[in-house]
Ligand binder design. Structure first.
Ligand code: NDP
Length: 297
């Protein structure tokens, strides 16, 4: 069997197109322009690349982008004061603080100081609690993108066995909550899981969010299963240079799976598309305007 490739790049372009249409509608019907503020502390090169590409895509869908670049030695008080200002700025509907933060800043404190309704990353404890109890929340972008692709591929996920490898707050745990919300039977595996290959072999859906290059080989995959690869790892290329690979061994898994997301071009592009979708959702909720079906859960 050769797996169907779930084209996250094309899917993300479609989601951004839907967001752009809705942004145009908000502008025409309500005079509203959604605004996304991104705060970057320090000059981590990878974070700078993410922030630049988020800003570019925000503008491309017709939203306002507000970038706040702060020095690496910014005090916690100054960062909290900026967040407070953004919380109270009616032009700002979404706030994202780029992680990781420098060591002297308390990440939990900073994230929990964002107004929950503007927390487009979905990391605030209120949003975590709302998601966990099946209530309307802001949903973390990466798992939301994975869920959208799974729903599009499978239709209903009800009753399917799902294994999420990884239990981080930003990917694994919210992914598990979303799959549970769609009535999967969910197993969350992690570094202490006994006999991981046997656990993964049960799964109709495997979501790998580990951060270990090509860790999952094809012989762990049940024939016909759907494999969602969240991992982004840079490895040395034969003959010099580097290339990006996921947490699954793509070639051997694609030979067994029913469907698979590639790296790059799978989950990655969906993450930014979902950030824009969340900013749209936040703007609609803030103004009592019906949300667009399919762009949130
Ligand atoms: P974390 O490092 O926060 O979490 C990794 C998880 O994997 C942990 O729960 C850890 O278990 C588990 N793990 C580590 N080693 C093993 C092992 N040998 N067997 C089973 N489980 C293991 O990572 P993130 O969740 O932040 O990210 C995961 C991957 O996804 C990374 O490659 C990251 O770059 C990528 N990513 C991609 C995004 C995208 O947009 N495509 C967005 C966010 C992340 P334990 O808890 O026991 O330590």
């Amino acid at each position: 069997m050769t797996a169907t490739i779930i084209d996250g790049k094309a899917f993300a372009a479609k989601v951004r197109g839907q967001v752009a249409e809705q942004v145009a509608r908000l502008k025409a019907d309500h005079g509203l322009i959604p605004g996304l503020a991104v705060v970057l502390v320090g000059a981590d090169p990878a974070s700078e690349v993410y922030v630049r590409s988020k800003g570019k895509m925000t503008v491309e869908v017709g939203m306002n982008s507000f970038e706040h670049k702060l020095a690496a030695d910014t005090s916690e008080a100054d960062l909290l004061a900026l967040i407070d200002k953004l919380n109270n700025d009616p032009q700002v509907n979404g706030i994202l603080v780029q992680l990781p933060l420098p060591d002297h800043l308390n990440e939990d404190l900073v994230i929990n100081s964002i107004a929950p309704q503007k927390d487009v990353d979905g990391f605030h404890i209120s949003n975590v609690g709302l998601l966990g109890t099946g209530q309307k929340s802001m949903v973390p972008c990466t798992p939301l993108g994975c869920l959208m692709m799974l729903r599009a591929h499978h239709g209903s996920l009800s009753g399917l066995d799902a294994v999420v490898i990884g239990r981080s707050n930003i990917v694994g745990k919210p992914m598990a909550q979303l799959l549970l919300g769609d009535s999967c039977t969910v197993t969350v595996a992690h570094s202490r899981t006994r006999d991981l290959p046997a656990v993964v072999r049960r799964a109709d859906i495997v979501v790998a969010a580990v951060g270990r290059a090509q860790m999952v080989p094809g012989d762990w995959i049940k024939p016909g299963a759907t494999v969602i690869d969240v991992g982004i790892n840079r490895i040395e290329k034969d003959g010099g240079g580097t290339r990006l690979v996921g947490d699954v061994d793509y070639d051997s898994c694609a030979a067994v799976a029913g469907a698979i997301t590639p790296v790059p071009g799978g989950v990655g592009p969906m993450t930014i598309a979902c950030l824009l979708a969340n900013t749209l959702t936040a703007t609609c909720r803030d103004n009592n305007i019906p949300e667009t079906t399919g762009l949130t859960v």
